[in-house]
Design a binder for this molecule. Sequence first.
Ligand code: 2DT
Length: 264
Amino acid sequence: KKNSSESRGALIVLEGLDRSGKTSQSTRLHSFLDGLGYSVESWRFPDRNTGVGQMISSYLANESQLDDRAIHLLFSANRWEKRRLSDKFAAFASSQAERAASRRASILQIQEELLGFGDDEIIGFLKRLDSHVKGEWAMKAAGISLMETKLRTGKTLIVDRYSYSGVAFSSAKGLDIEWCKAPEMGLLAPDLKAAERGGYGGERYEQLEFQRKVAKSYQTLRDSSWKTIDACCPVEDVEMQIREVVSDCVVTCEKGKSLSQLWS
Ligand code: 2DT
């Protein structure tokens, strides 16, 4: 694989209105990067598989009603919960940090025990930490996010919707934009946001009038990592536009562009 554990992967976010083709484009992009030899993983928000995700899913399907602010915070919580390493690993890491600090176990022994976790990204990360710092490394590992661990160990993440959807959709309902941004603060900022323009959407939000408001909210969130893709043309053309901006981005990240946090 091209992204050796030495260089980091890119955090690529695809945003856009409903039915703008994000999901099929993210699949196409995944195969493209995979074909170039990158190690890639695809995520999407909302992640409907978690407990919070199930509440979101039933809200979107109009099976439950929630206050606008409550659903906003659930969408945000859904990103924060994905940030965490598993409780099991966090507990393990801090107990091992203690063992290493008091020299009851060598770094090597602990690394071997880590193999039981089977998450090669986490192991790879821990192995590269400076063994001279002794106990500190496991502490660091316990505090670092799953997303960051993956990126730092060379995995490129393609994320279908992220905080921008969170802010754009909720502020389109009339909530204050700064209030909407606040709970996203501290999540990792993407290296590239490919925002698809054009196209729109049986779920709750798929009405033209509302989509127009969302489009307006997206505009206010634009910054330098934001590349607009014209999604009105044939899918292959959209695919090419995305390939171009992504190719630049993965190379910059490989060369060591630093990670930052929202909303910087
Ligand atoms: P999908 O159809 O892509 O699953 O999205 N949404 C999404 C929000 O309102 N806030 C968020 O934070 C996110 C990630 C956009 C389902 C809908 O959920 C909206 C469309």
